[in-house]
Structure formats: C-alpha cells, structure tokens
Design a protein around this ligand. Structure first.
Ligand code: FES
Length: 123
C-alpha cells in the first residue's frame, strides 16, 4: 500500500463513531468502536496516531451506523467534536459501516490519508 506523499507520517486521526440514539442503540456502535480499537491496537504505527472517540449524532441516523475519520491538526483535541467546516470539507464521512468496512477505514484511510472512494460519502 502506498502512502500519500502529501500526508506527513505523523498525521493524527480521530475516528468518530456515532453513539447517538439510532447508531448507539439500534446498531450497537459500542461494539464497532471496540472492534476499531482492537484493529488499531494490533498495529503500533496506527496506535501512535489514530484514536477512537464517540460523537453524539451526525444527523444522518437513517444511514447508520456512521463514522467520520477526522484528520487532526497539530493543536486539535481528539475529544472535540468536529464542526460543520470540518465535516463538510474533509472527506471522511462513512455511513452504514460494519466491522469489515471499519477495518478498511482504519487500515487504509488511516495509513494513506486517502479516503476509500467506494465507502466514503459527502457529508
Ligand atoms: S444517531 Fe448516528 S447519525 Fe444520528
């Protein structure tokens, strides 16, 4: 797998997994978050740069469970929820994820910095 030359090797990401009423209760997003943490923990390179955090609701509940892989700036706090300017300008919104697609999002997008076009959607 090639790495995006424009992405510094130190690029940090926060994987925001929706924990809202639909994604959290109907789709058991806690288990998806746990799966993503396990995938990340198995890879020291990812573990040093990618965190998994909850987000309250993307407002696209019918398409859940949803997540957003946010590229963090040097001063961004992974615990902060991304504002509309981030959601609308970064290409990282993935609707309707499952364990397999989450694995790809973390290991492909998280490594290369390039969204997975077959899975990503405009926010
Ligand atoms: S509950 Fe997940 S998008 Fe609303």
């Amino acid at each position: 797998m090639t790495q995006d030359a424009s992405r510094p090797r130190s690029q940090r990401f926060s994987l925001k997994i929706c924990d809202g009423p639909s994604c959290g209760l109907s789709h058991d997003s806690d288990r998806l978050a746990e799966h993503a943490r396990e995938v990340i923990a198995r890879d020291p390179e990812l573990a040093s740069r990618v965190s998994v955090d909850a987000l309250s609701c993307f407002g696209r509940c019918d398409e859940g469970p949803n997540c957003f892989l946010q590229a963090l700036g040097p001063h961004d706090d992974p615990d902060d929820e991304p504002g509309p300017e981030v959601l609308e300008t970064q290409r990282g919104f993935y609707p309707g994820v499952d364990r397999d697609s989450l694995t790809r999002i973390v290991t492909e997008h998280g490594r290369t910095g390039r969204p997975i076009e077959a899975l990503v959607d405009d926010y």
